[in-house]
Ligand binder design. Structure first.
Ligand SMILES: NC(=O)c1ccc[n+]([C@@H]2O[C@H](COP(=O)([O-])OP(=O)(O)OC[C@H]3O[C@@H](n4cnc5c(N)ncnc54)[C@H](OP(=O)(O)O)[C@@H]3O)[C@@H](O)[C@H]2O)c1
Length: 324
């Protein structure tokens, strides 16, 4: 079967189609025939050599896929061959076939096109699990950085659906407009003093919850932007790993900072998160509280172009690789 790997780290040209054996589902696992694979920023990091798969997983890129159940491993009774599914993965989504523990499969959102759905599970699982962690609640003020990206465009809509006031940052007028169409109450240009803009937009209150993808670069600003009892959860380090933290500000605000990664979580945690996404998010998609993400389709063989697109200035929403 065809898979996509980056045998040597590098730019999009490092990506190659590599033939491997079709995987065999072990006990408790399901073999899925992939129809489409979601492209995530993490795949770019893996391609560049900064984010290898957890030990024991193949060097094949891809954290999510949509497809059809092909074969069941021993002991799996809640899926049947031929059923459509989405699958959350630690690796190997960019493949014609992939195996995963049965709990990491969910039915696609009702009424949603299977190819478009290939880009929803990773972002939904990330956002929902982190918002649960910090108990984002109706009426709170929420800020997500990078509102036009995959995580951001889902997080804006999810927080709005929960009944929050939503602030976000983006880097161009077009993207700021796009964030507003997704429901952001205040879309702030990150080239400007966005902390001052946060304070102004919230009448000095600040932000109750920040979903941060920038890491070190925004640590001082995020802490200043937090409200009393505020919570920050960092999921990306696009602005570096090591920053300086003024514990005094944190202490006086009774604020907290968390950091999580979905990829390396144990199977049981991933299964619980997948179930929660299907329970909470699928109804929001069905009744329109969350719109399907803007999704660009790229043929599987054009994966290099897909990786150029995710890093291009015009990128918004999600890209999916469609199996030919
Ligand atoms: N820890 C986890 O479990 C987990 C899971 C999923 C994703 N992530 C992380 O979440 C991040 C987003 O992933 P994605 O797949 O959604 O990527 P993406 O679609 O490529 O989005 C990246 C976003 O970063 C924004 N950005 C760049 N520079 C910025 C700055 N200085 N200030 C604010 N925003 C800035 C971009 O905004 P503009 O386009 O407007 O410049 C873009 O919207 C990545 O860092 C990824 O590794 C973590």
């Amino acid at each position: 079967m065809r898979t996509i790997q980056a045998p040597e780290p590098g730019g999009p040209e490092a990506l190659q189609i590599v033939e491997t054996d079709r995987p065999v589902p072990g006990p408790g696992e399901v073999l899925v025939r992939v129809v489409a694979s979601g492209v995530n920023r993490a795949d770019v990091l893996q391609r560049e050599g900064h984010y290898p798969p957890p030990p024991g997983f193949p060097d094949i890129l891809g954290l999510e896929a949509a497809g059809v159940v092909e074969e069941l491993g021993e002991g799996v009774s809640d899926w049947q061959p031929g059923q459509e599914c989405l699958v959350l993965l630690a690796a190997a989504g960019y493949s014609e076939y992939v195996t995963a523990p049965a709990g990491q499969l969910v039915p696609p959102p009702p009424g949603m096109d299977l190819v478009d759905a290939a880009g929803i599970l990773e972002v939904a699982a990330t956002v929902v699990s982190n918002m649960d962690l910090v108990h984002l609640s109706p009426g709170e003020v929420f800020l997500v950085h990078g509102g036009a990206g995959g995580i951001g465009s889902f997080a804006i809509q999810y927080a709005k659906a929960l009944g929050c006031t939503v602030l976000t940052t983006a880097g161009s007028a077009e993207k700021l407009d796009y964030c507003r169409t997704l429901g952001a109450d205040h879309a702030l240009d990150y080239h400007e003093d966005w902390v001052a803009a946060v304070k102004e937009a919230t009448d000095g209150h600040g932000v109750d919850v920040i979903l941060d993808i920038m890491g070190a670069k925004y640590l001082p600003q995020n802490v200043r932007a937090l409200a009393k009892d505020g919570r920050q959860v960092t999921i990306g380090m696009q602005g570096g790993r090591k920053g300086e933290l003024d514990m005094g500000i944190l202490l006086n605000k009774r604020a907290s900072i968390h950091a999580t990664s979905l990829r390396g979580r144990p199977v049981a945690q991933k299964a619980a998160i997948c179930a929660r996404v299907a329970e909470v998010v699928w109804p929001m998609l069905a009744d329109g509280r969350i719109q399907p993400l803007h999704t660009e389709r790229v043929p599987f063989g054009d994966v290099r172009r897909a990786h150029e697109m995710i890093s291009a200035p015009g990128h918004r929403g999600k890209i999916v690789l469609v199996m030919d």
